[in-house]
Design a binder for this molecule. Structure first.
Ligand code: 5AD
Ligand code: SF4
Length: 383
């Protein structure tokens, strides 16, 4: 099993499948090293910090894995006030973060004009880059948020297996192709666009993971988040996982290993994208989950700035890392993790190099952009 950039399509799938299945410690060391070297060459040593604010846990959706799904009546719902969110933004500035991530469920009472006003206010009071993670929004809303000054949009496709996607998203407004069309829309609006998937969902196979990696290339994403699935007891997937199929990993250690392997392969395939060390990875392994992700390709961390009394209620999976942490202590711990890993703390917006190279120039039309990047896509080396 070797790293060969000129592999043909069929060989490349075998390449990814082989790596996903390997347990040989010597080979795994090679994989981590290849990912780390690719990361260094592709995006450098800086780890960019994004302040995360979970602005509302209301959601109209019923994703079978998520603790804040609409049907979970045990969820204590909240929606932050504008001035509370601004406080968090100012905290991000104090900590030296360049980006604020505004995340929420699909909250129907969060009007377009409210979000637009929020973006205007944050842009007026700070020089933060704004990432939105507000789920599936209409094209009109996406356009209005972008015009108001939002810089990035993040929305995972969760799994590229259409059948599994439909099982996991009952009564959803859209199916996987609809979600993908929204990601395309975000790109055409000029957003730096991110997506990603969950790892080790019941019913997910190695082939699905391979296809997830392939889809990321087809979509030409600028940033990609991969997180292990963590069962929540108040969800269909937590209560009846057997209905969805077997899991690839037998325990959290294997699950972490699989997440690291997928992250390493992601980095090797796409050297210039931004990859966060996800909160789900830190939850699975509170001791050194984040550090491990930094060593296998990640270059972004998202410290949680949500006030603690709200943070606990953003309960998408149990035991979420940092749910009770003091914000300042957490900030210091993250700086320590970065330094212990021999890395530097990023400054400024920390925009994805993939975005800077391919889509940042506002003079480009979408068509020109797409045709240029598809020739350059590192994915074509493998698929
Ligand atoms: N385990 C891991 N990740 C989850 N998410 C939602 N529920 C879970 C869970 N039980 C992730 C999804 C979603 C993001 C907001 O959180 O990938 O996109
Ligand atoms: Fe809502 Fe997102 Fe949870 Fe689905 S994953 S129920 S869209 S918050």
């Amino acid at each position: 099993m070797i790293f060969a950039p000129q592999l043909a399509r069929s060989q490349s799938q075998i390449f990814v499948m082989d790596w996903l299945g390997t347990t040989d410690p010597v080979l795994l060391e090679i994989l981590w090293r290849m990912a780390d070297e690719t990361r260094e060459q592709g995006v450098g040593d800086a780890v960019h910090l994004r302040g995360l604010v979970e602005i509302s846990n209301h959601c109209r959706k019923n994703c079978c894995y998520c603790g804040i799904r609409h049907a979970n009546h045990r969820t204590n719902r909240y929606r932050m006030e504008i001035d509370e969110i601004l406080e968090c933004a100012l905290q991000a500035v104090d900590f030296g973060y360049g980006t604020l991530v505004l995340q929420a469920g699909e909250d129907e009472s969060m009007s377009c004009s409210w979000v637009v006003d929020l973006i205007h206010l944050i842009k007026k009071e700070t020089n933060l880059t704004i990432t939105l993670s507000l789920g599936e929004q209409s094209e009109e809303n996406l356009s209005a948020f972008r015009s108001a000054g939002a810089d990035r949009y993040f929305m995972r496709f969760e799994t590229s297996n259409q059948q599994l996607y439909q099982q996991l998203h009952p009564n959803s407004t859209g199916k996987l192709p609809y979600r993908i069309s929204l990601l395309e829309k975000m790109k055409s609006l000029g957003y730096e666009t991110g997506s990603g998937a969950m790892v080790d969902l019941p019913g997910q196979t190695y082939r699905d993971i391979c296809t997830d990696l392939q889809l990321i290339g087809k979509l030409e994403m600028d940033m990609v988040g991969l997180g292990p699935f963590i069962p929540h007891p108040d969800t269909p997937l937590g209560k009846h996982p057997e209905k969805f199929g077997p899991r690839l990993a037998a325990d959290p250690v294997q699950q972490e290993l699989l997440t690291c392997k997928m992250t390493a392969l992601l980095r090797i395939l796409y050297p210039d994208i931004n990859i966060p060390a996800t909160t789900a990875s830190a939850t699975l392994n509170p001791a050194d989950g984040t550090e491990k992700m930094l060593r296998c390709g990640a270059n972004v961390i998202m410290p949680n700035l949500t006030p603690n009394h709200y943070r606990r209620k953003y309960d998408i999976y149990p035991g979420k890392a940092g749910a009770d942490a003091d914000t300042t202590e957490q900030h210091q711990q993250i700086l320590d993790i970065i330094r212990n890993a021999g890395r530097t703390v990023g400054t400024g917006p920390g925009s994805s190099r993939h975005y800077q190279k391919n889509r940042k120039n506002p003079g480009n039309t979408h068509h020109e952009i797409t045709s240029r990047t598809s020739q350059q896509s590192p994915c074509s080396r493998f698929y």
